[in-house]
Write a protein that binds this ligand. Structure first.
Ligand code: GLV
Length: 327
């Protein structure tokens, strides 16, 4: 009998088709566990779960007693209750590495477009307002030779530092759980405590994973520490900041602008004041969303899943204790 897999929210079609050849696959798009009894019913016989963003917690796992592996199609895994999965001996995997350059490209895109006001001026041109030379009120600000503060110097933070240092001659400050001498050497980066970084940087790029320690990391106090000319970029998760405090900082002119790939609530509510601000650039959580990278992420997530189901150790196992316990 084929093993049974429940897929939710996103898995690229070629990968889904490959899994269908080998397993009994049930695909649920845009899943809401609270309102989808069919989904809950399928969890009962599932051997593995694979997909994006679904909160996999005690309540959900109670419906899925046979699951051996939960494979996230993302590098972030704040949607997974790792302690609960570990307690139940269920493997959890993610897709690090392959999306690094793509996300770093996205962050530079957002940073540059915020500084140079690309979406705002694009709109201005398209609605026919370009009747004479642009005036001073449409000027942007320079990116090159400015100071970039990166909070969270993981793989993606490093790839951003590389682009900013070598491509734009930026000075790099960084804050991280631990110092990284090789990063300091490669990109001439300076380690700072968080407050110093916030006070000195022209651009602040937040890239930490969402954990209990980073929830609400930047709030009223932190936005007040930033320069009034600062541009804030969030590429981590919406909940690493206090969004209401960012809104206030922007409304009060305490910082100049923001470029946001992530929001406290996703999809972002249409009434969110951030959507009305010209100096805020918003994109719908597109960090890794290119054809090439999404496909690679799906392939890697499926590979993790297949190995887990074959009783082998998946390359991107998050809770290694489960594997140690099985040995
Ligand atoms: C995207 O946000 C990811 O975690 O892969």
């Amino acid at each position: 009998m084929k093993q049974k897999i429940v897929v939710y929210n996103r898995l690229e079609a070629p990968v889904l088709h490959k899994l269908q050849e080998k397993y009994e696959v049930h695909f649920f798009k845009d899943i809401n566990t609270k309102t989808d009894p069919d989904f809950i019913a399928h969890l009962a016989g599932a051997d593995a779960l694979i997909g994006l963003e679904l909160p996999v917690d005690r309540e959900l796992l109670d419906h899925a007693p046979n699951v051996k592996i939960v494979s996230n199609v993302s590098v972030g895994y704040n949607n997974l209750d790792i302690d609960e999965l570990t307690k139940r001996g269920i493997m959890a995997t993610n897709t690090p590495g392959i999306l690094t350059d793509t996300v770093a490209d996205t962050m530079m895109t957002i940073l540059l477009s915020t500084a140079r006001r690309v979406p705002e001026l694009d709109h201005w041109v398209k609605q026919g307002d370009w009747e004479k030379m642009i005036e001073v009120e449409h000027y942007g600000i320079d990116v090159h030779h400015k100071t970039l503060g990166i909070i969270g110097m993981g793989r993606i933070g490093e790839a951003i530092a590389q682009r900013a240092h070598f491509g734009f001659d930026m000075d790099i400050l960084y804050h991280n759980r631990s110092r990284k001498p090789e990063v300091e050497e490669k990109f001439n980066a300076t380690y700072c405590d968080l407050d110093d970084l916030l006070m000195q940087a022209d651009f602040i790029c937040l890239m930490t994973p969402l954990t209990p320690e980073t929830t609400g990391l930047l709030g009223e106090r932190e936005f007040k520490l930033m320069k009034q000319s600062a541009i804030f970029i969030n590429g981590s998760r919406g909940k690493t900041i206090v969004e209401a405090d960012l809104i206030e900082a922007l409304q009060n002119g305490e910082i100049a602008a923001a470029g946001l790939d992530v929001f406290e609530e996703e999809p972002v509510h249409p009434d969110n004041p951030l959507l009305k601000m010209k100096n805020v650039i918003t994109v719908p959580h597109i960090g890794s969303s290119t054809w090439e990278t999404e496909l690679k992420m799906s392939e890697l997530a499926a590979h993790n899943l297949e190995l887990g189901l074959e009783g082998k150790c998946p390359p991107n196992l998050i809770n290694k204790r489960v594997w140690e316990m099985q040995k």
